[in-house]
Write a protein that binds this ligand. Structure first.
Ligand code: NAD
Length: 313
């Protein structure tokens, strides 16, 4: 297929790479020339705007930070709707609020297109390995149509229901994730303060009832999991500001549904504090820096409080 891909960050770049590996022709656009060049080196075609990226394509995929970016990429003068042919499906894999999804889907219908929400879970590792889970919101027909394309980037392609329900699933998952990461950070820091070796503690938790993804894959304590962002200075993972955004989506949705989210609201404040301290671009597991004693909050001794020693997003 000929695909237009917009947003080549920590997630988008490896996802677009997997489309190329699967034999698709991919036009790419991002505000960063550096990330575009990396994809061009791998066989993609660079476009000068979203409009140019979607001209003559059979499918469009967006992977952007937040709803405001999706809105601008879709509706700007040189945006997607200015260049897309009728009948082409737009798949948005960004994590955004369900209400924006519905508004974008209505706009798409006005332009003769279909808009499907397909946010992902699996992190940057899953994006690189092509093992992401896609949570798809849209009609059964739209789901069948996008499934083959998404299969080049993911292992589980789940139809969640109507437009917007993919985002509902994603927001609920990240509510759990934000809370479990803070919980693991708290426990690992307590263990360190009480004198147990972090690798031993991590190993125990990971074979005990405390085991979770935040502990066995992304453990926030440096050195416990060699492939985790914590072991590389909290770089290249899921940015703290993105987690903060997702917890904001959850608490906003909860307000709308008149549903309490006690732990989610508290976790939101922890990531807000990290962001305020200038660590918004570090991986969200850097939340452990709020717990660890001075001089023990990073592999290299730097603490990231000035936001200059990491770049997670
Ligand atoms: P990122 O910040 O690494 O990448 C976003 C990319 O979008 C950047 O390259 C940026 O230059 C580009 N961009 C921003 N505005 C643009 C515009 N107007 N036109 C073109 N490009 C533009 O973010 P990410 O980590 O890749 O995450 C993307 C989305 O996926 C977010 O919604 C995030 O919540 C979600 N997500 C991330 C992860 C993760 O582990 N990083 C996991 C699941 C879901």
């Amino acid at each position: 297929m000929k695909i237009g891909f917009i947003g080549l960050g920590n997630m988008g770049a490896p996802m677009a790479l997997n489309l190329l590996k699967a034999g698709h022709a991919v036009n790419v656009f991002d505000l960063s020339a550096q990330v575009v060049q990396a994809l061009v080196d791998a066989g993609a075609k660079a476009a000068g705007s979203p409009k140019a990226a979607v001209t003559d394509v059979e499918c469009v995929i967006t992977m952007l930070p937040a709803a405001a970016h999706v809105r601008s990429v879709l509706s700007a003068d040189d945006g997607v709707f200015a260049g897309i042919a009728k009948g082409v499906t737009i798949i948005d894999s960004s994590t955004i609020d369900p209400a924006s999804v519905k508004a974008f889907a209505e706009l798409a219908v006005q332009h003769g297109n279909t808009f499907v929400d397909a946010p992902v879970s699996g992190g940057t590792g899953g994006a690189a390995a092509g093992t992401l889970t896609f949570m798809v919101g849209g009609s059964a027909d739209a789901y069948e149509q996008v499934k083959p394309v998404l299969s080049a980037m993911g292992k589980n392609i789940v139809h969640c229901g109507d437009t917007g329900t993919g985002q509902v699933a994603k927001i609920c998952n990240n509510l759990v994730l934000g809370i479990t990461m803070a919980g693991v950070a708290e426990a690992m820091s307590l263990g360190e303060a009480l004198g147990i070796d972090s690798k031993v503690l991590g190993g125990i938790i990971n074979t005990s009832t405390g085991r979770c993804w935040s502990s066995d894959t992304y453990n926030p304590m440096p050195g416990v999991i060699e492939t985790a962002p914590s072991t590389r200075g909290y770089t290249g993972g899921f940015g703290t500001d993105l987690m903060l955004k997702d917890l904001g989506l959850a608490t906003d949705a909860a307000k709308f549904a008149r549903q309490p989210v006690y732990l989610g609201a508290l976790a939101q404040q922890l990531y807000q504090t990290m962001s305020t301290k200038g660590a918004g671009r570090l991986d969200f597991s850097a939340v452990i820096k709020l717990y660890r004693k001075d001089g023990k909050d990073g592999k290299d001794g730097k603490d990231g409080k000035d936001g200059k020693d990491g770049d997670a997003s």
